[in-house]
Write a protein that binds this ligand. Structure first.
Ligand code: GLN
Length: 489
């Protein structure tokens, strides 16, 4: 078996036993990248091979001395939204094409401290705005299950990279579904943690009250392991929670007896692809077979989440993106004749269409005459959505539903219809507005072989129960860690 096909936990065991070396693992992953990257295009920046091999050698040395953290010698890649001092951080935007951050994100420091071998930075929708990864300024990643089809977004590169065997695990970010959607469409596990569980320090801001970093992995045990590494309080992020972090790997194998799984009717409404519904309902039956009790619940404000999100997220984005003015860092137009002209020309050329659309919506929604009608109203709806969840989590321990209304579609098919793409976020956005954790777990395939995930959502800081349910589901669904047969060329 080629080492790049291993899960993190499997590779770690082999490393511990001395049956493989970090150098061999890195060689295998780099070889796989060379073989398939031209088809998948999951990376924006690949680390220099010599640097990767030096890290792997260092990991072997540390392991030889009986040292080394939880990820020592394991090849990992991250979405290009996380600041790294060793590689440029573009955020998928021409605006930051040559930006080399002066500091590392906290999660990058944590990966480094755990001994991970960072192999590169992954493709994404520009500034994480999108649901397909087609808004990336440096090429569109393709679904390893069917090149030519979308990976989902905005962490499309992160999902494709894991699914294609180009690294053993990745990090993404999720503002309205951007970890869970591509995880579902590419057949990998993805978790958006509770808001505040993972530090946002060094995560380039899109919508600060919604953004959260999380892992994409080949199986649930790997997701738990990554959560152990990246979670925890960070004094440099004032919104990070000062709450103890449980050992997420320790309770995975507890059964589901006594666990109540809520199924909200509103997540199975019009527009849901029948094959997706079938796979998700079969997954819910598997949770029942594992001992869970299924209860019907209602989240009546669900239909309003897209409208609320597409005011709140652009409003925050319009403020966050004001910093890209061509003065301090990022793209600058050098032909401008005046300061105002330089701002205008730099931002016109540096940002892509979707980012400009969001800035326009956001500044409009925040403007004096419209603030009450749009931003304030959306914030009120957000409170109602959060209350919806709080009420439902009195009757159940987690919620099971689809992640996306349909499996992956062909690249370009909806590129001219932003509204249709926004509407495909309806099942994932509420979790961000409410700040609760959510994850996508592979549950099956469509008739023509495209992956379909099931979404699990829980109360604040109950990632543990999501992981436990996901692990039990994974045992039964029979699709754990399956990698697509990407043709090497
Ligand atoms: N699809 C949503 C958007 O375009 C969410 C993106 C995200 O989670 N980063 O805003």
């Amino acid at each position: 078996m080629e080492p790049y096909t291993l899960t993190l936990c499997e590779a770690r065991k082999l490393l511990d036993q001395g049956d493989i070396t970090a150098v061999r693992l890195a060689e295998s992953v780099l070889g796989r990248i060379r073989a398939v990257e031209h088809r998948i295009k999951s990376f924006i920046t690949l680390r220099d091979e010599a640097a990767v091999m030096a890290l792997a050698e260092e990991a072997d040395r540390r392991r030889g001395k009986g040292k080394g953290g939880a990820l020592c010698g394991l090849p990992i890649a991250v979405k290009d939204v996380l600041c790294t001092t060793t590689m440029r951080t573009t955020c998928g935007s021409k605006m930051l094409e040559h930006f080399l951050p002066p500091y590392d994100a906290t999660v990058i420091e944590k990966l480094d401290a755990a001994g991970a071998v960072l192999v590169g930075k992954l493709a994404m929708d520009e500034f994480a705005m999108g649901s397909t990864s087609e808004n990336c300024a440096f090429g569109v990643p393709e679904n390893p299950w069917r090149p030519g089809y979308i990976t989902g977004g905005s962490s499309g590169g992160s999902a494709a990279c894991v699914a294609a065997g180009e690294s053993l695990a990745t990090l993404g970010s999720d503002t309205g579904g951007s970890i869970r959607q591509p995880a579902s469409l590419c057949g990998v596990v993805g978790m958006k943690p509770t808001y505040g569980r993972v530090s946002r320090y060094g995560l380039v801001a899109f919508a600060s009250s919604l953004d959260q970093v999380g892992p994409l992995t080949r199986d649930v045990s790997d997701c738990a392991l990554m959560m152990n590494v990246i979670s925890g309080h960070d004094p440099r992020d004032s919104t990070s929670a000062d709450a103890p972090v449980p050992d997420y790997t320790s309770m995975l194998q507890d059964g589901l007896r006594g666990v109540r799984v809520g199924v909200p009717a509103e997540y199975f409404g019009d527009g849901l692809d029948p094959e997706v519904e079938q796979v998700v309902r079969a997954g819910i039956t598997m949770l029942a077979d594992a001992g869970a009790r299924i209860v019907e619940v209602s989240l009546p404000y669900t239909p309003y989440c897209v409208a609320a999100y597409y005011l709140i997220a652009p409003a925050e984005a319009s403020s966050n993106l004001a910093r890209y003015d061509g003065v301090r860092y990022g793209f600058r137009d050098t032909q401008a004749g005046s300061l105002l002209d330089m701002y205008r020309r730099s931002r016109s050329a540096g940002f892509g269409d979707e980012v400009k659309r969001r800035i326009l919506i956001g500044t409009y929604a925040l403007s004096a005459g419209y603030y009450d009608a749009y931003y304030k109203k959306a914030s009120q709806v957000r409170t109602l959505l959060r209350d919806d969840f709080a009420r439902v989590f009195r009757d159940c321990d987690l919620i099971a539903s689809p992640v996306t209304p349909a499996p992956a579609w062909k690249i370009g098919d909806k590129a001219d219809d932003p509204l249709a793409v926004y509407l495909s976020d309806i099942l994932t956005i509420s979790a961000n507005l409410a700040g609760i954790p959510g994850m996508s777990v592979p549950a099956g395939f469509s008739g023509d072989g495209l992956p379909i995930g099931i979404q699990l959502q829980g109360a604040h800081f109950r990632e543990d129960i999501l992981l436990r349910a996901a692990w039990n589901l994974e045992q039964r669904a029979g699709v754990r860690g399956i990698l697509p047969g990407v043709v090497e060329q």
